[in-house]
Design a protein around this ligand. Structure first.
Ligand code: SF4
Ligand code: SF4
Length: 311
């Protein structure tokens, strides 16, 4: 009998599911090895047996569970707990599930502030928050803040080949080998150890000769561009060149910190200081947590300042 696979989505953009569905022939190979028992993007499924509003979420049992997105709504608690209960191995898939991702940027404000900002703008009259909008939790959580996670696969989105190979390895009960390198470690640009002392504006362009290979281009951080390669987990390009660097664009940090428990903001400050770059030239430092703001890293000002209101 084939192992059963269950997929569930929480607070995210569905990009992880699309990455999986876009994997073409790899997906066909995966379908031959597992039976999909639950996948809201592909099949209809009732979450309860219809007996009443207070009943527990009911999901099928599975050998492997994939959860994308963080926990951002009240309703996500029950669904995530049901996935944990029913899945023998639970995988946090994508940076939102592993580190909160882009939705966790709202953790800088309270849920009330976020709703008011979304429904009233400076150019329109303040509108009441509609009743139909689901209740937001006060902050977006990564899924390991709520349940035990067996495997974490970050990426925004994760590399399709990595998703399929990890699920296949688990289905065949093989040992997993996940990369624990930084983006810099697979980047071929030239590092001299001496760079600009300041970070240039985000719109600054890198310097390179168009016909020359990437291995002749100077490291973007040394050119004064805010490249987060030193503090970001590698894997987006497999063993090849990281994806953004292929287009000569600085890494924005989408795979999250290199090591479990790492903090991309603090780690980047350290990396800048050790490269002789003045960290004060970064205007919006909190943006360094744009992909990894869960685990309590981004939180409303008033909480950090002992009860003062947001300015
Ligand atoms: S800082 Fe950026 S450009 Fe420089 S080596 Fe690391 S990934 Fe490459
Ligand atoms: S280079 Fe950085 S931002 Fe770009 S895909 Fe890779 S990890 Fe994400």
């Amino acid at each position: 009998m084939k192992p059963k696979l269950s997929c569930e989505w929480l607070h995210g953009c569905s990009g992880c599911e699309i990455a999986l569905l876009n994997s073409g022939e790899l997906l066909l190979s995966l379908f031959q090895q597992v039976d999909i028992v639950h996948f809201p993007l592909l099949m209809d499924h009732k979450y309860t047996d219809g007996a009443g509003d207070d009943e527990e979420v009911s999901l099928p049992e599975a050998d492997i569970g994939l959860v994308t997105g963080g926990v951002g709504l009240e309703s996500h608690h029950g669904v995530l707990k049901a996935m944990r209960r029913q899945c023998r191995i639970l995988i946090a898939l994508g940076t939102c599930a592993v580190h909160g991702g882009i939705p966790a940027m709202r953790n800088q404000w309270t849920a009330g502030c976020t709703m008011e900002t979304v429904f009233s703008t400076a150019t329109t009259e303040a509108a009441p928050v509609p009743d139909a909008v689901p209740a937001l939790l006060d902050r977006v959580l990564s899924i390991d803040e709520q349940v035990r996670v067996d495997v974490s696969l970050p990426g925004c989105p994760p590399r399709p080949k990595m998703i399929v190979s990890v699920v296949e390895a688990l289905a065949q009960q093989k040992k997993l080998r996940l990369p624990y390198k930084s983006v810099c470690e697979t980047c071929p640009t030239v590092r001299t150890g001496k760079g600009q002392a300041v970070i240039r504006r985000g719109t600054a362009k890198p310097e390179y000769t168009p016909d020359e290979p990437l291995s002749r281009m100077r490291c973007l951080l040394e050119q004064g561009l805010l490249c987060m390669g030193p503090v970001t987990a590698g894997g987006c390009g497999g063993r090849e060149v990281p994806l953004c660097l292929r287009s000569r664009v600085p890494c924005r940090g989408c795979y999250g910190p290199v090591h479990e428990g790492g903090n991309q903001l603090l780690d980047m400050m350290n990396a800048l200081a050790s490269n002789g770059i003045d960290y004060r030239t970064i205007i919006d430092r909190k943006s360094l947590l744009r992909f990894s703001g869960a685990h309590g890293r981004l939180r409303p000002e008033k909480k950090r300042r002992g009860g003062q209101q947001l300015s």
